[in-house]
Write a protein that binds this ligand. Sequence first.
Ligand code: P6P
Length: 338
Amino acid sequence: MQGYTVKTLTQFIIEQQASIPYATGEFSRLLYHIGVAAKIVNKKVNKAGLVDILGEAGHVNVQGEAQKKLDLMANWQFIQSLRNSRECCGIASEEDQEVITWDDDQLTRDGNYVVCMDPLDGSSNIDVNVSIGTIFGIYRRISPRGERVTMDDFMQPGHKQVAAGYVIYGSSTMLVYTAGNGVFGFTLDPSIGEFCLSNFLIKTPAEGRIYSVNEGNFEHFPQGVKDYIRYCQGVDKPTGRPYSTRYIGSLVADFHRNLLKGGIYMYPPTAAAPNGKLRLLYECNPIAFIAEQAGGRASNGAERILDIQPESIHQRMPFYVGSAHMVQKVEELLSHEG
Ligand code: P6P
């Protein structure tokens, strides 16, 4: 029977581990558990629409579970799965004001990694059936194993990430990650319940014809951003302008499309968000790591995102990410402001 050669995420992780002489399997186990949580969250995200159609009464769903908001459900699920991995000693989550640790549990205190995550970014879009995503970044801890995790473990610049990835819950569900040796995409095959390798060594084009930004904030953008948007809208055949504007309002969905096709995503400072809206630790850094590993670029308009020294776990940062030449162009226009 004609079958297709499937390489699952688990097989790929094991293969990658075999190629690293000193690998102990700890990182592989952590990544495996992230994949498990992604599959569980995917099931609940997909069913959410159905639940709305079925009009579940009250706060108890058909399984008798307390009905949770989707992003809180996703947060709970990833925290449980990371704890079960025994390789994670602490988490910084968009959903929790403080870092999550399990100090009473020696097994997790022995964990060698911390994770920064946005468990369900763009979850307000779920009601209108727009793709949403999970974003995660993984760091080796700085504090000694076996001891309590410290804030220093989380205040590491993005270039210290050992891995980063996202899950996009869309027309199909994909997990895209890098461990510093290129970017790989895995598409969930519901018929076997496995993420299967579908994009090997993703490279993003240096130039693109798509710009993604909430132009409703145009009046409040820095002059350099206004100048760049006007540049994108200019008529110039040799450079393929005017570009197309595509803005879904879901970072993972906008970034994923631009990663594959070429393009730039921008969240500049606005009146409502003078430091930008996106969070450095669990949105900008993981996406920036992936972008750079795919040959793209990510900055706050002046500095490389991955070089920025974090000051707090929920710190916001202006964010320009995608095709290298496009990000360079907006940086150049912003530098004219002095
Ligand atoms: P705005 C979702 O809330 C999010 O964090 C990103 O996923 C998305 O790109 C952005 O905010 C949308 O923000 O202000 O344009 O609605």
